[in-house]
Design a protein around this ligand. Structure first.
Ligand SMILES: [Zn+2]
Length: 271
């Protein structure tokens, strides 16, 4: 499942060939993905020039000179295939410029596409109540301190709350709490200021590292069959239940369930 680093890498990969180009052809191979394709999508894109790409949380943004933005979400299994050669039966949307073609391929179809007026993006419902970007300057220890004040819920659960931090998924929350040596079960409101400062720093570190790893897989995508896919990062705790803690503190990585989702942590060094 694509997390923020995969979406960021996808956007950077698309930007290499799509930014500045004029869209010449658009094909929809079915009426919907998770939701129906927006009405007028094809007409809105054909002839439009792409004037920039971006990302908000786990959404990719393709801005055009018609003051509209195509927003895409990769869902569980979505990826963009650039100059794919042979078509895939799961290529639901195909965009062509003079030099390249871009196919949004999503076998499970949890992904979706929407068309939003660029000036109204901040008010688009999924973005309206979203908290700061984890890689942006608005995520500060002070922000977390305010958001967590008086909250008795486990810090792990509040970090997954998109209103507090946007786009942080289960993997990177587990990894960041390990690196910051914070017990995921701890009531958010009692986590110390120094611990929150560590947390903000390692959230950036773990995401940037994953984006860097994605950057190395980006090189592959010049291959004729190149795809902007997923990449495996070396995780410290995620999925490592029963294995020794990498801090060599004789702790064993433990899995618990919080809010219906797995959390992995080391009970020895996360306090
Ligand atoms: Zn440990």
């Amino acid at each position: 499942m694509p997390e923020l680093p995969e979406v960021e890498t996808t956007v950077r990969g698309l930007a290499r060939h799509l930014d500045g180009a004029r869209i010449e052809r658009v094909a929809l191979n079915r009426p919907d993905m998770r939701f129906p394709f927006p009405e007028g999508l094809v007409q809105a894109l054909i002839g439009a020039r792409v004037i920039g790409l971006g990302r908000r949380a786990k959404y990719g943004l393709v801005h055009t000179d018609r003051v509209t933005t195509m927003v895409f979400h990769l869902g569980m299994s979505g990826r963009w295939r650039i100059d794919p050669g042979a078509p895939d039966k799961h290529d639901h949307l195909v965009i062509e410029t003079a030099d390249h073609s871009f196919a949004l391929c999503d076998p499970r179809r949890f992904g979706f596409v929407d068309l939003v007026e660029t000036g109204a993006l901040a008010a688009w419902p999924p973005f309206a109540a979203m908290g700061p970007e984890p890689l942006g300057s608005d995520l500060t220890p002070e922000h977390l301190h305010r958001a967590f004040a008086g909250r008795r819920q486990a810090i792990k659960l509040l970090l997954l709350d998109q209103r507090i931090v946007a786009g942080l998924g289960n993997i990177y929350v587990c990894e960041a709490l390990f690196r910051a040596r914070i017990d995921p079960r701890k009531a958010a409101g009692v986590v110390s200021r120094p611990a929150l400062a560590r947390l903000v720093a390692v959230i950036r570190e773990v995401l940037e590292q994953a984006i860097g790893d994605g950057g190395s897989s980006l090189r592959d995508y010049a291959r004729p069959d190149g795809e902007l896919g997923y990449f495996a990062t070396r995780f410290e705790v995620y999925g490592r239940e029963g294995e020794p803690c990498r801090r060599d503190d004789s702790g064993v990585i433990t899995r618990i369930v919080q809010g219906g989702r797995s959390t992995w942590y080391c009970p020895r060094c996360q306090k």
